[in-house]
Design a protein around this ligand. Structure first.
Ligand code: PNW
Length: 474
């Protein structure tokens, strides 16, 4: 036949799912409503000085009460998947299975029903940082037994919601928790355990993820037929020069960031670069053992291959320049990494100091993850841009257009099996220690109004047209 008119634009696959994402503590509010227990984020945010303007998630977007409006907006935008998280202490107030909070169960069952009735697939994160405070006091992500507690919680969620949920993500971004919660301490639980906390935290997260996957695999998969994916943030790093030191720094950046968590899940152990580097520095620092915990052979077997799809959070890129080892007098991730990272001056800046515009970075990461971990299916579970909340958010449109074009190229040109994309975020929300100062939503929320009025931004209107056309539109 004859191709009429312009060459047809590249299309996303027919069954590709466009959607949006959010997380319990960032949107729900209802921090002490109807029997919910305390999470470590309630405690952290209620501690003066931890959050910009001492903002809290006490009310946030009030999605605990307004979830029907959220679902109506998703439907109006023609989105087909919603990634949300379950608040562990809303289901289990103390994090332990002795008491199940029925009001919490009802909330999520109602939300899921509302979504399904609107033809929207729920993609459910079991844990997006709001650890029950009781478990934080038991040692949180430094205590390997948290993996067992998490397993009990996961089982309860599979039992309660698994008839309706086909896409699960046990954990959100262990990388961010372990660095910011247990290395620098600027996110909950706020423990600056430089050079040590991060590795113990990574170890416990890997065990917890694997436990949830095995429980699903052994007890639920045959009757529920869903998928349990692994989630982590992977940014892209370019070597600042072609010299071998900078290329090695690029490898360290990828392996200590993405690989520290993904390699155990997909390949059964820490990345070799990380094992060697932390052992080397630990020895020089005078330790008789490595600061990086060792997996037993049994654990290696247990963790290996425990993911049905890769849930990729990807936002930005950096240039890295190697640094030489100088001292061995205080352990730190920074010295284990031994590089300087900067943004290319040509990249546009968001309202978040760590987030700059480099659209090809996501295609690079998709290729990297696909080659290194061979994950089968990939869902881009977070990708988005922050600004000051303006309704005509052209910066966000530019960002999403660039990144989605690269996702499409990864699918069409590189044959990578990306099946869905959930932009961060559906709504402006509580941006952790930045409070309400950085806005990621395609929908604006008026935090000055008790109604928490929602208003579509330009990016939402644009995204709606993309989801309908299944191609990148102007
Ligand atoms: C992710 N960094 O966090 C989280 O999963 C979301 O809850 C969060 O709102 C979103 O990204 C936007 O920040 C990150 O400093 C927080 O590199 C900080 C960083 C990365 C991811």
């Amino acid at each position: 036949g004859v191709i009429v008119g312009c060459l047809s634009a590249k299309q996303f696959p027919e069954n590709f799912l466009f959607g949006a994402a959010g997380a319990s503590y960032q949107i729900e509010g209802g921090w002490d409503a109807d029997g919910k227990g305390l999470s470590m984020w309630d405690v952290f945010a209620h501690t003066p000085g931890k959050i910009k303007n001492n903002d809290t998630g006490d009310v946030a977007c009030d999605s605990y009460n307004k979830y029907k409006e959220d679902v109506a907006i998703l439907k109006q935008l023609g989105l087909k998947v919603y990634r949300f998280s379950i608040s562990w202490p809303r289901i289990l107030p103390k994090g332990i299975p002795t008491e199940i909070n029925q009001a919490g169960v009802d909330y999520y069952r109602n939300l899921i029903k509302e979504l399904k009735d609107a033809g929207i697939e729920p993609l459910v994160t079991l844990y997006h940082w709001d650890l029950p405070q009781h478990l934080a006091e038991l040692g949180g992500w430094l205590n390997p037994r948290i993996a067992d507690y998490f397993g009990d919680y996961a089982r309860i969620c599979f039992e309660l919601f698994g008839d309706q949920v086909k896409y699960w993500l046990p954990l959100n971004e262990p990388g961010t928790t372990c660095v910011h919660g247990y290395e620098t301490g600027d996110l909950a639980p706020g423990l600056p355990l430089s050079g040590e906390g991060i590795y113990q935290c990574a170890y416990v997260h890997v065990l917890a993820h694997a436990k949830a996957w095995h429980i699903y695999n052994d007890e639920f998969r045959s009757k529920q037929g869903g998928k349990v994916g692994f989630n982590n943030v992977c940014f892209w790093f370019y070597p600042k020069s072609n010299n071998s030191e900078d290329i090695e720094a690029q490898t360290r950046a990828m392996e200590f960031g993405c690989g520290l968590y993904a390699n155990p899940i997909y390949n059964g152990d820490w990345p070799q670069v990380v094992i060697d580097r932390v052992a080397y520095r630990s020895k020089k620092e005078g330790y008789s053992f490595s600061r990086l915990p060792t997996f037993t052979e049994e654990e290696k077997q247990y963790i290996n291959g425990t993911s049905d799809y890769y849930g990729l959070n990807m936002y930005t890129s950096y240039l890295v320049e190697a640094l030489a080892d100088e001292s061995f007098d205080s352990p730190s991730l920074e010295q284990d990494l031994a590089y300087n990272s900067t943004a290319d001056p040509s990249w546009a800046h968001s309202a978040s100091e760590w987030l700059n515009l480099d659209p090809p970075g996501i295609r690079n990461v998709l290729n990297y993850v696909n080659e290194k971990y061979n994950p089968g299916e990939i869902v881009v579970t977070e990708n988005g841009w922050s600004d000051n909340g303006e309704l005509d958010d052209q910066g966000r449109v530019t960002y999403l257009k660039g990144y989605l074009s690269n996702v499409l190229d990864a699918i069409v040109e590189d044959s990578i099996n990306v099946i869905a994309y959930t932009t961060w975020s559906l709504m402006d929300n509580f941006e952790w220690n930045q409070g309400y100062t950085q806005k990621f939503g395609i929908v604006q929320v008026d935090f000055d109004s008790p109604n928490r009025t929602r208003t579509l931004k330009s990016s939402a209107e644009w995204y709606k047209r993309v989801a309908a056309a299944k191609e990148i539109v102007d």
